[in-house]
Unconditional design. Structure first.
Length: 78
């Protein structure tokens, strides 16, 4: 019974890690571009809000967020 409990806990932790890597937010004054191996994948994301992406197809990707009107950028490994 203890082994089953440990396995269930491990699966739950893996699920939380996978879900957290699939969710990102874009602020009202930001834009985001998902890149894979340094090249943009898809169109820029300009609408603010909570966004989802498939972590398996973009495993080696990055999320780059840019502030509108500013020169700074934020890079987040995904």
């Amino acid at each position: 019974m203890k082994t089953l409990s440990l396995i269930a806990s491990g699966i739950a932790v893996a699920g939380v890690v996978a879900a957290s890597s699939a969710v990102y937010t874009v602020g009202e004054v930001e834009q985001a571009i998902i890149t894979q191996f340094g090249k943009p994948v898809g169109a820029p994301i300009t609408e603010a809000g909570l966004k989802l992406k498939c972590p398996s197809s973009e495993f080696f990707g990055m999320l780059r967020q840019f502030r509108n009107g500013g020169s700074g950028s934020i890079s987040v490994s995904v």
